[in-house]
Design a binder for this molecule. Structure first.
Ligand SMILES: Nc1ncnc2c1ncn2[C@@H]1O[C@H](COP(=O)(O)OP(=O)(O)OP(=O)(O)O)[C@@H](O)[C@H]1O
Ligand SMILES: [Mg+2]
Length: 498
């Protein structure tokens, strides 16, 4: 594989050229005089970049741009860097929410929600919280940190539960009337699961949901063991407190490896990728809130590249909306999404190490990068993993499949972009860096979507064989918006495996 070898030589052996020494500065420039303009007062430069709105969200009084208010609305219509907190912006997921509510309300179990980064766990938790609060549950939300301890978290939880729900304090007692909380009853010694369960056993007249979000961030075995013990205690004694745990994990075992004994007491839910109609819904919600309109083709492009990820959908909708506004339009077209995709690619590139970028760019000189991109699309919602079956799904011809499998094997053997990975599904591959997945997928999806839109031209430039096979196998569907997002990519087994 000549390009692999040449790359190996570049990334391992050859030293970069020594940077040229700066030439001594022989001529000293005189400082500019006032007449040359530096200290002379200039009129305020209208083109100098400015904030467009005030910190209090009002429009800047300096601005007479008629699109400034559209820009402000767009900012809160799509929030790619923040979870959804407002039900108006929450798209789809009605089945998931119904299942969660039923398991909390009817089965009285504790809930564990797990899934890939950015799949929408925190947004789901926020919407679930609102629904529970409407039913008068007391919901205490905690975002776990690397150093979170059981003691610290449950003192904070107890501090949010009013004493008037403690069976030992009538609502008219002084302590309850003064706004006391369960935290007032805690000892100064370190809290144990038994102690917390004893206290919560006294709750009456309400139910409490304790939400532990970003659970994966705290990997202290002691913290996890304590949580497991608490769940066991709460369940065995039918205490009116339930836990909702959310975190990034490939499977449940990874998230609760220290708590195998509580499987009977929990409902575990893997948050699925969004269907195409849910991503469409996400764009429609944003249209309503921002006042912008997205062309059908623009929405299709977003749905196709998002590949079921609410994060990617929100990011592309946001960037493309801004691109349209910058061009003085309130309707968003395919070219704006294309610009947004380029911007997203630049952002993702910035998250990849220089060494890996070099390998990616080198792979781009052959057809390999495109097909790796399609594999990345399959791996995005499969814990970053793909295997030979995904290759077979992409290549219609056995000869091409065999050749690409050999290339993948060689890449993995040389630790270039890929590594081999064994798990219960057998031998597969993983991308060496997490940020490579969305980057390669977006590159491939952009190319595929735009190829699918091109009118057939007789003298089209030749496509490398490997790339051609992939393009043939993965033409965008006729109407991507009407089909589930999975249908648009070559991952027929991804759902079954996860
Ligand atoms: N149902 C939804 N409707 C609209 N946008 C959504 C929805 N779910 C998630 N998003 C968007 O997707 C992005 C990621 O969502 P969120 O932060 O909830 O994911 P997460 O799984 O908690 O991520 P992480 O693993 O990083 O904690 C956010 O920008 C959010 O605005
Ligand atoms: Mg989250």
């Amino acid at each position: 594989m000549s390009w692999i070898n040449s790359l190996m030589a570049r990334s391992m052996g050859r030293k970069p050229k020594a940077a040229q020494k700066p030439q001594p500065n022989l001529v000293f420039a005189a400082p500019p005089t006032a007449r040359e303009g530096v200290s002379a007062k200039k009129p305020v430069d209208a083109a100098f970049p400015r904030f467009q709105s005030m910190a209090g969200d009002q429009l800047s009084p300096r601005l007479n741009d008629r699109f400034a208010s559209a820009r402000i609305k767009l900012r809160s219509a799509f929030t790619p860097s923040q979870p959804i907190t407002d039900r108006k912006m929450f798209a789809g997921r009605t089945d998931v929410l119904t299942t969660l509510i039923r398991s909390i309300e009817d089965q009285r179990v504790h809930v564990i929600m797990y899934g890939e980064r950015g799949i929408g766990k925190t947004s789901l938790v926020h919407v679930l919280t609102q629904a529970a609060e409407e039913a008068r549950y007391i919901v205490v939300y905690c975002s776990c940190g690397a150093g979170s301890t059981f003691d610290e978290i449950f003192r904070a939880v107890a501090g949010d539960i009013p004493l008037l729900f403690h069976s030992g304090f009538a609502p008219t007692t002084d302590a309850a009337e003064r706004g006391g909380t369960l935290a007032d009853l805690l000892p100064t010694t370190t809290l144990t699961p038994r102690l917390v369960a004893d206290l919560f056993a006294k709750l009456t007249g309400t139910r409490v949901l304790v939400v532990l979000d970003e659970f994966d961030v705290c990997d202290s075995p002691e913290f996890r063991r304590n949580i497991a013990e608490l769940i066991k205690n709460l369940s065995d004694r039918s205490i009116r407190t339930q836990l909702v745990i959310a975190g990034v994990a490939a499977d449940l075992t990874e998230l609760v490896e220290h708590i195998p004994s509580i499987r009977r007491n929990i409902f575990a839910l893997q948050v699925p990728k969004m269907s195409a109609s849910e991503v469409n819904h996400l764009v429609e919600n944003g249209e309503e809130l921002s006042g912008l309109t997205y062309d059908k083709a623009a929405t299709d492009f977003i749905v196709f590249v998002a590949n079921g990820s609410p994060y990617l959908a929100s990011l592309l909708s946001h960037h493309s909306g801004l691109a349209a506004i910058d061009k003085g339009r309130t309707h968003v077209a395919v070219e704006d999404v294309s610009q947004a995709v380029d911007q997203a690619l630049t952002e993702f590139r910035g998250r990849i190490s220089k060494h890996t970028l070099l390998q990616i760019d080198q792979a781009g000189k052959t057809g390999v990068r495109h097909v790796l991109g399609v594999m990345a699309g399959a791996a995005l919602f499969n814990n970053g993993r793909f295997d030979d079956r995904d290759v077979d799904a992409v290549y219609p011809s056995a000869a091409n499949a065999a050749s690409f499998k050999a290339t993948i094997e060689e890449l993995a053997a040389k630790h270039m972009l890929l590594e081999t990975h064994e798990d219960e599904y057998g031998r597969g591959y993983r991308f060496a860096e997490e940020a490579v997945l969305p980057y390669l997928w977006i590159l491939a999806a952009q190319k595929r979507f735009l190829e699918g839109r091109k009118p057939a031209v007789a003298d089209k430039p030749a496509v490398p064989t490997t790339e051609k096979a992939a393009i043939v196998a993965e033409k965008p569907p006729e109407k991507p918006a009407d089909k589930p997002a999975q249908a648009a990519i070559a991952t027929p087994r991804a759902a079954g495996r996860s």
